[in-house]
Write a protein that binds this ligand. Structure first.
Ligand code: DOR
Length: 447
């Protein structure tokens, strides 16, 4: 018998249902789930009476900044913040320095994460105008997906050549993930605002990175994917207008899927006055009506996946002029707490939350044996206390040291996170064991 941990009396949610059960972990995997396992032998026993037990979240879009921007963040620091927030697996983006646009850079990232990542990890490959030949050869053993910046954001990655775009969408064997904002529209908007002579401010961000810029670019991505049969995943949608591009229904029936990020579900343009540059991100946070359309699309299965786009920058970088402030905000430590708050407000059910934030990325990317409370899956788990509280500005683990939720108290507390059966967070602190993250494994996509 290997190492056994028994989690007693939890209220579990997975696969569309919520029920009371005990859960036995053996050798890192969920060995059994049953109504009463209290007579089982175990090395550790944890009583979860009054707690919810969920699959750890799988975040398909994070920026951990390594290599090249370690003054902002690194894999060790951000994966620590992730597990404290109940995220047990992540897929990291290629806009690092140098960008992850060749195999050496990709292998370097896996080597950096091994032994240092507290959560399970995989990396997306970065598309350029010139690397479709490399993309054609990438399989499920190499990367989670292929990221295409169809609009420029942090870093240098951008695909602005239509022939390159066609080639990438034609040859990719992995999911193509797109950042959709039309660059020409953005540049024209900025030039027009600058012509007025007014000093640009954070609230101008959605007037520059407009809904038209989003719709133009996401329409193009969807048109290409329909025509070429690409497995497309459009990232961080922000507008009501774009919802018409996507079909309702289960992921299994789609080759074009949609993602929303927690900050776009939470904030709207009223918040620029309070948060200033700290709320500036790409795509921009838009109106209250857009936010509510995103909520509706989520529960109607038009949007498939919830992620974070965790994008740490230092407070110093963020607090300069709007014109020089980088886009993005740190989110991994609070995404589950935020979603639970939306659940409490009736935006989505707990089963839908688990579906979109835990199961959906596993299904979309073909993650092997993770994302569910099922016997045989790896024991990636999060225990939440519905009667606890979390100060959104305290105990921050992201290296950037600030949070857009300072001043907000969440009505839940994450009391435990397990990664591959190892408890890595106890509600107060990271456990001093060596990082338990493993490289994610994927199944090939049906193409
Ligand atoms: O706000 C953002 N920040 N959006 C992105 O697409 C990139 C990210 C970053 O890397 O900073």
């Amino acid at each position: 018998m290997g190492h056994r941990t028994l989690l007693l009396n939890g209220t579990l949610t997975s696969d569309g249902r919520t029920w009371q059960a005990d859960l036995l972990i053996e050798n890192g995997r969920i060995e059994r789930i049953d109504a009463d396992l209290s007579s089982q032998q175990a090395d550790d026993i944890v009583d979860l009476a009054g707690m919810r037990l969920l699959p750890g979240l799988i975040d398909d879009q994070v920026h951990f900044r390594e290599p090249g921007w370690e003054h902002k963040a690194n894999i060790a620091s951000e994966s620590a913040a992730a597990v404290a927030g109940g995220i047990t697996s992540y897929m990291e983006m290629p806009n690092t320095m140098p960008p992850t646009d060749n195999l050496d850079a990709l292998h370097d990232k896996y080597a950096r994460a091994a032994g240092r990542s507290r959560a399970n990890y995989a990396f997306h490959f970065g598309a350029t105008n010139d690397n479709a030949d490399v993309i054609a050869r990438l399989t499920h053993r190499d990367c989670a997906g292929v990221k295409v910046f169809m609009g420029a954001s942090t870093g240098t990655l951008l695909v602005d050549d239509d022939d390159a775009l066609e080639a990438i969408f034609s040859v990719a064997q992995r999911v193509v993930l797109t950042h959709c904002e039309d660059n020409q529209t953005i540049q024209a908007n900025r030039a027009e605002l600058e012509r007025t002579g007014k000093t640009l401010a954070p609230a101008d961000h959605p007037r520059i990175r407009t809904r038209e810029a989003c719709l133009k670019s996401s329409s193009k991505a969807v048109e290409l994917a329909r025509r070429l049969g690409t497995h497309l995943h459009v990232l961080h949608l922000t507008t009501l207008d774009e919802m018409a591009l996507f079909a309702a229904g289960p992921i299994a029936d789609k080759h074009i899927t949609a993602e929303v990020c927690v900050h776009h579900l939470w904030f709207c343009d009223d918040d620029y006055a309070r948060l200033g540059n700290r709320l500036v991100c790409n795509p921009a946070v838009k109106t209250e009506a857009d936010r509510s359309a995103l909520h509706t699309a989520l529960i109607e299965d038009v949007i498939d996946v919830i992620a974070t786009d965790h994008a740490p920058h230092t407070a110093e970088e963020k607090d300069g002029d709007y014109a020089s402030a980088p886009a993005g905000l740190p989110l991994v430590q609070h995404s589950l707490l935020l979603l639970l708050e939306l659940q409490g407000a009736g935006v989505l059910s707990l089963e839908q939350l688990v579906h979109k934030a835990c199961h959906a990325a596993a299904e979309r990317f073909g993650v092997v044996d993770r994302g569910y409370l099922r016997e045989g899956c790896w024991a990636d788990l999060v225990a939440v206390d519905p009667n606890g509280a979390t100060d959104g500005g305290a105990g921050l683990l992201s290296q950037c040291g600030w949070s857009p939720f300072a001043g907000h108290t969440f009505g839940h507390r994450i009391r435990g996170t397990w990664v591959n059966g190892v408890r890595v967070w106890d509600g107060e602190r990271l456990l001093p064991e060596k990082p338990a993250g493993m490289r994610l494994e994927f199944n090939p996509l049906n193409r």
